[in-house]
Design a protein around this ligand. Sequence first.
Ligand SMILES: [Zn+2]
Length: 487
Amino acid sequence: MSERQDADDSGPGDEPAATVDGDTTVDRGRAGPVSTTVDRTAVGGTAGAAAPERGHGGDVSVKRDGRPEGAGTTDDPRLRRQAAVALVLLGLVTLVVAAFSTPWGVLTGGPPDPARDFTAQQIARAQAFDAATTLPGYLSLALTIIVAGVLVATPIGALILGRLRGPWWLRVLVGVVVITALTEVIRWPLGMWVETLLRDYGLSLQDWASWTTDRLKNMAVEVFLLALMLLALVALARKVRRWWIPAAIGAFALTVVASFVYPVVFEPLFNDFTSMQQGPLRTNLLAMAERDRVPVEDVLVADASRRTTALNAYVSGFGATRRIVVYDTLLKAPQPEVELVVAHELGHAKYNDVLSGTLIGGLGSAVGAILLYLLIGPVGRRAGFTSITDPRAVGAVLGLMTLGGLILGPLQNVVSRHIEARADVHALDLTKDPATFIAMQKRLAVTNISDLSADAVEYVLYASHPSSPQRIAMARAWAELNGVPVP
Ligand SMILES: [Zn+2]
């Protein structure tokens, strides 16, 4: 994940794509989808060893006609045509599903006007923080592109991974660890830079030991998911010539399963979650959920105050693992504001935003798997391997996944901003309290030092939510529309 992301989402790794996040979050939200993010998992992985690797433990099985079976070669024009047709069709299906599940017509407000709701001092502080984080943010993005570009377009990755020995699966596994660790080492200083800024501005409360632990845990989760993906891919490519078919199905399934188990398997690695304690707040929240006809068994509190002062809440999982989580930092806010945050999250639950996001993500992953099948041949000629079954291909595959994620990031943000706006409208419909909504938006923006006037590039690249002034303007438009006094 990009350093910018760290700047906003409090903790590392607590925002899988399949989390509809905390609303509160600063605009720069989940920025760079890097090969590393747990989120955008998806894109089908691969790697494999073919010709050059034969004899390394003799793992390439040979068919009766003497041709390496399947062996990941993607040069047969007929097979490539089939995959290309599937790519176009599935790509269209994905776009159509995304287009139809996005609430394009959601209510928006007039032009945002930070000066109306924020003091000159607050605006200046936000600008100063933005100015301080802009450079490491863009450097991080540039570094991500460069590292991925080098892995995809030069033989450096294959040269490094060519030193590994052992059976194919071990080399794939170690290859994922090596490439991920190298990338992490290169990005480490930028991460420290951003963390230092977060501390200077009072947003981070971590010491270096806990920061490092978080980062390593995050990397471990990433390695685990990537290794799972790549091992499955190579195993398929070694057996099946049209490996894009099972790979696409597998990528879809892995995305859905990962999103489902994320809250119960991965989130607890970073935070402790407890049931919100009995009391008027809990009673009111559950009563509100009932009024909203959204079945909620429990509201969980995350012990985020160990590492951050930022305010946040989110919904993750779906079906049996769906949960509404609020940061303990949020509980110091006046109760009506906490209720508004939860009302927003109920909107996500009501519209099944996590589930539809997961399905779109799964379809996108399947598309990515087919694209990988088509690209891996041409990429391999530059990057020094002949097939996905060559474990030296791991670096290029990870690079492709990173680049794919970067390209998709702005599209995801467009969809996300509309979904977030719909949850805001839902919160207003449910509470009919635009004054408190605006008070809460101001608290979030000031506490999290949100960018109050992001420039166009930042907005496109990083804004998973409408900006705070936009959300406030929307609340005023809602008040006007519903005959409520405009705050
Ligand atoms: Zn939200």
